[in-house]
Design a binder for this molecule. Structure first.
Ligand code: FAD
Ligand code: AMP
Length: 474
């Protein structure tokens, strides 16, 4: 007889571990199966996000920002530091410590909530049985009245640029370099390419990012993308749009990357190449042939609006299913599924999921872009406000970027908020709350914002929707 649980979760990333904790809070008997092996060779809970994604990238972004500021921001404050150096072992070691703290923290949360972790690869068999193969190859079996598939995603590999860990690296490799490459090539100007490209650029690498699409950051608001592109160029990040990588050759310790742009065939020679062309759902070895869980044309687990797979008691969440590949999206699905399983009213609002890119300046948005509103034929009003007119931003010497509020032309309901500038990863929360409460730009305009703070840019942009911003001409 295999151990029987109310819920077995396969995958302990931000989708799976959050689902497990919420299910346990609701009184269910919960097991989690996860195969991630940390740098110390032991089980490391927390998935991509905690081990090789959100958390380590933010640790390196912060360290590299401190270094970059020494030469690019502090002199304006009258502070100069000569011969500043980076000790890369400490730089990477700090990141590793943070990762360990948080992956270990998930283990403690599991203990506190009486969630049972299993270390190994889980495979869903018919009848909600889960086969676990541990790292030594020992096989065991548990079963769940409900099984939540949260197997996450892995980097997409280009057929002509396979990851070798030395010259051609993925996100995990780019978070663990042992020296600053003289020249770093990045394929893909998406979130991961821009964030990790920024880290090494700030430490002195000559970074070139190739993007196949004709527009830079096409998913973002067009003004935000324009402002960001200008700032990245000032920082020395070379971004080439309309540049499609097509071939790689390693010669004499160098990566020769062929790509095509408007002028024809080009070759970029670099020391390391980060391939960041997106991620794909990871389902290898997850499903026995006869379980009946379906995959779509992109290999994602097919689910309905309630994250149910159509197979009795089998649910799927996070990067392994449709929707944006964001940690908080997966976590919200995890909470909702646990609540649905427990007979409660789970809820996810896909219209208000915030997006953040942790570059300098930061980029953040929630809701619709102008392009999306135009395409949908929705009439809207626009209010913008520049950080250049925000006292706090100027005092910080970071007065770059703007906030843009989009509100319905007739009802004034806030439909989208788009930001680029200092601290916008935090400011976006106000926009999300407003949209979640179906608030209007008038609501935002009538809320008292502390002075002097960066949040005044949101206030003024909301006022600007009706041409009554105080600190700029309307
Ligand atoms: P994952 O985090 O991928 O976790 C899945 C887990 O399941 C893994 O531990 C895996 O080993 C395990 N697993 C898979 N199959 C099995 C199996 N059969 N048996 C046992 N275990 C299995 N998102 C943000 O919101 N903010 C950010 O700042 C951010 N930064 C990022 C930076 C980088 C460099 C990267 C790569 C990603 C970033 N992301 C960020 C995306 C974020 O990491 C993912 O959206 C998130 O991790 C998805 O969570 P998940 O639980 O669905 O899957
Ligand atoms: P994201 O999906 O946000 O991680 O972004 C990945 C980016 O990589 C997308 O903007 C793609 O257009 C881009 N991309 C994919 N394939 C190539 C390629 N062969 N050359 C250059 N850019 C690419």
């Amino acid at each position: 007889m295999s151990d029987k649980f109310d819920v077995v979760v396969i995958g302990a990333g931000p989708a799976g571990y959050v689902a497990a904790i919420r299910a346990a809070q609701l009184g269910l008997k919960v097991a989690v199966v996860d195969a991630f092996v940390g740098k110390d060779g032991k089980q490391a809970l927390g998935g991509t996000c905690l081990n090789v994604g959100c958390i380590p990238s933010k640790a390196l972004l912060d360290s590299s920002k401190q270094f970059f500021n020494l030469s690019h921001n502090l002199p304006a404050h009258g502070i100069t530091v000569e011969n500043a150096k980076v000790d890369l072992a400490t730089f990477i070691g700090r990141k590793d410590k943070i990762v360990k703290q948080f992956t270990g923290g998930i283990g403690q949360l599991f203990k506190a909530n009486k969630v049972t972790p299993f270390f190994g690869k889980g495979k869903l068999l018919k009848g909600n049985q889960v086969e676990i193969t541990d790292p030594e190859g020992k096989v065991s079996q548990i079963s769940g009245t409900n099984v939540i598939l949260a197997s996450g995603s892995v980097p997409i590999e280009l057929p002509f640029a396979k990851f070798d860990g030395t010259y051609i690296i993925d996100n995990a490799g780019a978070l663990d370099l042992t020296e600053v490459p003289k020249r770093l090539g990045v394929i893909g100007a998406g979130v991961i390419g821009l964030e990790l490209g920024s880290v090494w650029n700030r430490l002195g690498a000559d970074v070139t990012v190739l993007e196949a699409l004709p527009a830079f950051l096409a998913v973002a608001d067009a003004d935000v993308a324009k402002i960001a592109a200008k700032e990245f160029a000032k920082q020395g990040l070379k971004i080439k749009i309309n540049a499609k990588a097509s071939q790689v050759e390693i010669k004499d310790n160098e990566v020769h990357l062929s790509y095509t742009d408007k002028d024809g065939e080009q070759v970029l020679v670099v020391d390391k190449l980060l391939v960041a062309v997106g991620r794909r759902a990871y389902t290898e070895g997850l499903l026995a042939d006869d379980v009946g869980v379906k995959l779509d044309e992109r290999g994602r687990i097919v689910v309905d609006d309630h994250n149910h797979t159509g197979v009795d008691g089998v649910w799927a969440i996070g990067d392994a299913v449709r929707g944006p590949m964001l940690a908080h999206k997966g976590s919200e699905e995890g909470v909702a599924v646990a609540e649905w399983i427990a007979g409660k009213a789970g809820h996810i609002d896909f219209d208000t999921i915030p997006w953040v890119i942790y570059t300098e300046p930061e980029i953040a948005w929630a809701g619709k872009t102008e392009a999306q509103l135009k395409e949908a034929g929705i009439p809207y009003k626009v209010g913008t406000f520049p950080f250049a007119a925000i006292g706090r931003a100027v005092a910080m010497n970071e007065a770059v970027g703007q906030v843009k509020v989009l509100a319905h032309a007739e009802t004034d309901r806030v439909l989208g908020v788009h930001m680029v500038g200092p601290g916008v990863s935090e400011l976006i929360a106000e926009a999300v709350v407003t949209m979640e409460f179906k608030g209007s730009s008038e609501d935002l305009a009538r809320i008292v914002h502390a002075h002097p703070t960066l949040s005044e840019a949101v206030h003024e942009a909301a006022l600007a929707v009706d041409k009554r911003a105080i600190h700029k001409g309307n």
